[in-house]
Design a protein around this ligand. Structure first.
Ligand SMILES: Nc1ncnc2c1ncn2[C@@H]1O[C@H](COP(=O)(O)OP(=O)(O)OP(=O)(O)O)[C@@H](O)[C@H]1O
Length: 605
């Protein structure tokens, strides 16, 4: 039971259909229009939210990510409505809910009025219980402060600057620091706990979705609306320990995710400098987060060797102010010269290995051939019926999710419960049904993975699926979408005959996912059946179901091949038949371990 609770149904978070429909279909009709959420132009979401407000004569302030209105419950102008999802919160009375609730209570003629309830933050109670034994950092003796900084390897930071960090506490044993997370600079909604003996050991409470940020005002009092956003508590300390005219903000979940719930807390800032770690995952998150934060106000510190994370820069004695001056915009005009992207190209060359993508821990041979899993690409996986496509792609995606890649599964062929069972067995590396005592412990760990499942099963219209996928990307910062499989989604099951209408339908699905992958900087993996080929032992690129569109649009094509040996034993291997990034092709043997449903015990062929 517990495990199934972990399966976060994305349909319940669906963006109201009208918010996305217009954008999606204009993109289908017009090849050049974006389906990206990053447009600085008013989005269709904003259009529908503002349309309702206009029709009800509710005045609003158009902010970056939200529309701000007066709350009819507490009468404060502090009710933020997300422009994309319609989700809302009053940061004063803490009433919140989704768009349907807002529509219901805003529209007084509605017969069934849903009244939003104020949010109750569990973490606050938890923090209050701790608070009696905590001491505010600025009230500590200088010697205690120095010893804390020493254990963090930050002896040179200026104590008077650190005293300005609001909500920084230490426990009575001087073994842990606590940093409160605030919603709209008003309400504590969570906290971070940092163990001083090992500052890598950091906890955010609540861990699944904290609605607030830690915020340090500038040392030089001014009306600056500029903030540096960092992903780690140590970076916040380093920047807070330097003289600066910027606010310093620490995100609750690092580069893992940026919940929409904390966007109202960032509306005050008209300039956001994103300074994350010096690796590809952090860089990808910076680009994804910027789309959510509205790119026009975002600036980036590019991850080069002489511009590492704030903490590393401090340790290496680099000039923080100088690095901050390099912050530049992500948004480029339609026509550029090399000088505009020169820094980005340099950063990519310097991080060559990292730009190859996230490595699989279980498939080193695949790392060698493909390089890694890169955002923005489209992968096709095919193979004969029953060859293990679902089993393989489940393990392949689980490997990446275990490394922190937020992953969305659209399992149209098998039910989510069955898929989760396969994944759990792969996660446990043994059959769980033979040792049910393990279940609770395993499920607790499994629940922590950033895995989301669409609740659709069987044939679904493309627009419904795209609505849910785009919603998940916005709300959960999804970096990998898996559709298993395209033919089931289209409602042609395992039948292999396709009329021209079906070909057209499949092509439009591929085109839509291709566009989505590129503009959302999200990797899409489509599982597809091969066409029926009699007496052909080995499949090829040409065996993929439908027209040549699929193979043209794909960046990577993976084929599970069955090879019948002389002993009549069937050997399986994965063939990389297309690799647009580097052109490397090759094969990886697939040795199946039935106990763990794993293909990872393979050797290179
Ligand atoms: N190499 C293998 N050897 C033996 N059994 C396997 C192997 N790979 C997968 N299986 C088992 O075969 C069954 C079918 O696997 P799976 O559903 O992954 O195949 P598929 O290719 O996705 O099927 P379909 O064509 O119906 O979509 C599962 O019970 C799985 O555990």
């Amino acid at each position: 039971m517990k495990l199934y609770r972990s399966i976060k149904s994305c349909s319940k978070f669906l963006i109201p259909r009208e918010l996305f429909k217009q954008k999606l279909y204009s993109s289908t009709q017009n090849q050049t229009s974006k389906i990206s959420l990053s447009d600085d132009r008013p989005t269709s979401g904003e259009y529908f939210v503002s349309k309702l407000l206009d029709s009800l004569k509710i005045p609003y302030k158009n902010q970056f990510t939200c529309l701000l209105i007066r709350c009819s419950f507490c009468n404060n102008t502090s009710l933020y409505i997300n422009k994309i999802t319609g989700w809302f919160i009053c940061t004063h009375c803490l009433r919140c809910g989704d768009w349907s609730i807002f529509k219901s209570y805003a529209n007084k003629h509605n017969e069934k009025i849903c009244v939003p309830t104020p949010k109750n933050f569990e973490a606050v109670k938890d923090f209050k219980n701790k608070a009696d034994s905590l001491i505010n950092f600025k009230l500590l003796k200088t010697s205690s402060k120095k010893s804390i900084l020493k254990s963090l390897n930050m002896e040179d930071l200026k104590l008077q600057y650190l005293d300005r960090i609001p909500g920084l506490y230490v426990n009575s044993e001087n073994s842990s620091l606590y940093l409160t997370m605030m919603l709209d600079n008003k309400t504590i909604v969570g906290y971070k706990e940092i163990k001083l003996e090992n500052s890598l050991n950091q906890n955010t409470v609540p861990d699944d979705c904290c609605w607030g940020i830690a915020q340090v005002p500038p040392q030089i009092p001014n009306h600056s609306q500029s903030a540096i956003i960092v992903d780690d508590f140590k970076h916040l300390l380093v920047l807070a320990g330097h003289q600066s005219s910027h606010h310093i903000i620490c995100l609750p979940h690092g580069v893992r995710k940026l919940p929409q719930e904390l966007l109202p807390s960032l509306e005050y800032f008209n300039r956001l400098i994103l300074w994350f770690g010096n690796d590809q995952i952090a860089w990808n998150s910076a680009r994804t987060f910027a789309k959510k934060l509205v790119e026009s106000r975002c600036y980036f510190i590019r991850p080069t060797d002489d511009q590492p994370s704030p903490y590393l820069a401090y340790k290496l004695g680099l000039n923080i102010e100088k690095i901050l001056k390099t912050a530049d915009k992500m948004v480029h005009p339609s026509i550029i010269q090399f000088s505009t992207i020169r820094n980005e190209v340099f950063a990519e060359l310097q991080n060559h290995d990292k730009t190859l993508g996230m490595k699989w821990t279980k498939f080193p041979a695949l790392n060698k051939i493909i390089g890694g899993h890169r955002r923005g690409e489209l992968t096709l996986l095919t193979g004969p019926t029953g060859s293990g496509k679902t089993t393989f792609i489940s393990e392949y995606s689980l490997d990446l999710a275990e490394q922190g890649l937020p992953t969305l599964w659209g399992s149209f062929e098998i039910r989510n419960q069955r898929l989760a069972k396969i994944m759990l067995q792969q996660f446990a590396k043994e059959p769980v049904h033979l040792n049910l005592d393990l279940f609770d412990n395993l499920a607790d760990q499994f629940e922590k993975l950033p895995l989301y499942f669409l609740t659709f099963h069987g044939p679904q219209p493309l627009n419904m699926v795209m609505d849910a996928v785009m919603n998940a990307v916005y709300v959960h910062d999804i970096g990998h979408v898996i559709i298993d499989n395209v033919q089931f989604m289209m409602g042609i099951g395992a039948k292999y005959d396709m009329g021209s209408e079906r070909f057209w339908q499949q092509d439009s699905i591929i085109a839509e996912f291709r566009r989505f992958a590129t503009y959302s900087n999200c990797h899409v993996t489509l599982v597809m059946h091969p066409r029926k080929e009699k007496d052909v032992e080995q499949l090829s690129i040409n065996s993929i179901f439908g027209t040549a569109k699929a193979t043209q649009e794909a960046d990577n094509i993976l084929i599970i091949q069955n090879k019948v040996m002389e002993s009549l034993q069937i050997k399986k291997y994965l063939q990389v038949s297309k690799n647009r990034y580097s052109g490397n092709l090759g094969v990886m043997s697939l040795e199946f371990n039935k106990k763990s449903l794993s293909f990872s015990q393979q050797n290179d062929k």
